[in-house]
Design a protein around this ligand. Structure first.
Ligand SMILES: *Cc1c(COP(=O)(O)O)cnc(C)c1O
Length: 487
């Protein structure tokens, strides 16, 4: 076969699919275009819809793992992953905790009825106002640096209260190297720092040391496992100095799986590389390599997105962390149990797995000068934006007038910001039929970080409305509760 023939045969290939795992409640929504019309008429487009039952299930599944291992435990929902009040309220109702990352997150969680022992403040920046709110309400503050210790001591003294604190640590050794983090105290100095500065007669006499905390970047179970082992070692040393570690908080970052098929995931990556090398015609807007690039006629780099397909995910990911063994063959969970240390965890994304979708209305269809179809949606790029290179899930398209005989088309979805780059998904998507104005697109599994984290109000667009449902089937318009009405 000549090169030209290969090229031609590839060019007639269909677009790679990335079918998302889609819960029943999402499929039911997609079967009800009339309801979607009512929802968008009443609440605008886009509108975010959240299932509180899926959130509860995710929490129960993690909880069951800890119970199975016989560990004292507490799960804090990292609410920075989604702005809705509904999840916070529900966390309170089911006995879960909430991890707060700002003054307003903490204030609102208190207002929504979370008791102090089920709140924690891990904010990356903690000013005096935030620390005061936490100490007044007896919420544990996770200290990141000495300046925070000083402010917390000052606040506690002024309030005439003791401040319960955890100490964030980092710099764990893994495979002979230190894991860098901009957060926390270096584990090598933490022992001295805590024993010398905290407690009765010392500088931070009003700070009550309660536990240790870490949150690691990336998704390595071995790194998390070894971080637990090293934290327990530190806790033992602290114990011999009279400082009891009641809890170890292992942060978040539990992998989830977004996609149905490993094969599709592999094929997509291979195809993208072929596009970058020019062997295949583009499948992304402007032939964006999403991290792959061409150098000296070779494809380099790696996919710079979230790893959307993961065989090891959620509870099994957690199990692998807890099973991680030290050189003597003792597992992280055994050591925690021996030391009677409560395990705490702050999952964000993984508690929101399958708990949200973004619904938007089709505004126009057009062909650009390259002949590509563009489907304009009533939403903008900030309303479904990944912190990684792109969100790689096929959306659902809901047709008001489905036609089995229709011609399939390939299209990009575009948004309302006046930027050439407001392309909602960088991938070109194959559709069975050209959407019409007023048809709907549902982006699946967007609750964790996708819908709110980067949302802006450029052009004076309103922020999207958030709705919550407490049942997963048979819903009607009245079942969708507006987030701002949740008290
Ligand atoms: C972001 C963050 C979390 C939550 O991380 P996920 O990846 O959403 O699970 C938990 N704890 C801290 C300190 C964080 O910064």
């Amino acid at each position: 076969m000549t090169t030209v023939q290969t090229l031609e045969s590839k060019q007639t290939e269909t677009l790679p699919k990335l079918r998302p795992i889609t819960s029943e409640w999402m499929k039911e929504l997609a079967r009800k275009p009339e309801l979607l019309k009512e929802l968008t008429s009443k609440f605008g487009s886009p509108v975010n819809i959240h299932s509180l039952l899926n959130f509860e299930e995710n929490r129960s599944a993690f909880k069951a793992v800890f119970e199975e291992y016989g560990l004292r435990n507490r799960i804090f929902y990292a609410r920075k992953a989604n702005k809705s009040r509904a999840f916070v309220k529900r966390a309170g109702e089911i006995g879960a905790g909430v991890d707060t990352a700002s003054f307003r997150e903490l204030e609102e969680s208190l207002e929504l009825g979370l008791p102090s022992e089920r709140l924690v403040c891990t904010a990356a920046i903690k000013n005096e106002e935030l620390i005061k709110l936490a100490v007044e309400n007896e919420v544990i503050v996770i200290l990141d640096n000495e300046d925070e210790c000083q402010i917390t001591q000052k606040v506690a003294e002024e309030l005439g209260k003791k401040a319960r604190v955890g100490v964030r640590i980092s710099g764990f050794k893994h495979k002979g190297k230190k894991l860098y983090s901009r957060f926390g105290f270096d584990i090598d100095v933490a022992e001295n720092f805590i024993t010398e500065q905290f407690g009765k007669s010392n500088q931070y006499k009003d700070l009550v040391y309660c536990g240790l905390h870490f949150h690691l970047n990336g998704y390595s179970t071995a790194e998390r496992g070894t971080a637990i082992l090293q934290s327990v070692e530190l806790a033992k040393k602290l114990k011999s100095n009279g400082f009891r570690t009641d809890f170890l908080d292992i942060g978040g970052g539990i992998l989830i799986n977004y996609l149905e098929s490993k094969k599709e995931w592999q094929e997509f990556k291979n195809r993208l590389k072929d596009c970058i090398s020019g062997e295949s015609k583009p499948i992304t807007f402007n032939n964006d390599g999403l991290g792959f690039y061409l150098l000296n006629e070779k494809v380099r780099g790696k996919l710079a997105t979230y790893p959307y397909f993961n065989e090891l995910n959620t509870t099994n990911f957690l199990r692998e962390v807890l099973d991680f063994e030290n050189e003597a063959g003792k597992s992280a969970s055994q050591l925690l149990k021996e030391e009677n240390i409560e395990i705490r965890m702050e999952p964000g994304r993984s508690l929101l797995n399958q708990a949200g979708v973004t619904l938007a209305k089709v505004a126009f269809r057009k062909q650009d000068s390259r002949g590509d179809w563009l489907i304009g949606l009533e939403m903008n790029m900030s309303q479904m934006q990944s912190s990684s290179a792109d969100f790689l899930l096929d959306p659902m398209v809901i047709y008001n007038n489905p036609n089995p005989e229709a011609e399939p088309i390939e299209a990009y979805f575009t948004g309302a910001y006046c930027l050439e780059r407001d392309i909602l998904l960088k991938r070109k998507i194959a559709l069975p039929q050209k959407p019409e104005i007023g048809d709907f697109v549902i982006f699946v599994n967007t609750a964790g970080y996708m819908m709110h984290f980067f949302e802006t109000q450029a052009h004076l667009f309103n922020l999207s409305e958030n709705l919550a449902i407490s049942k997963n089937s048979g819903f009607e318009l009245e079942d969708f509760v507006q987030d701002k009405l949740i008290r």
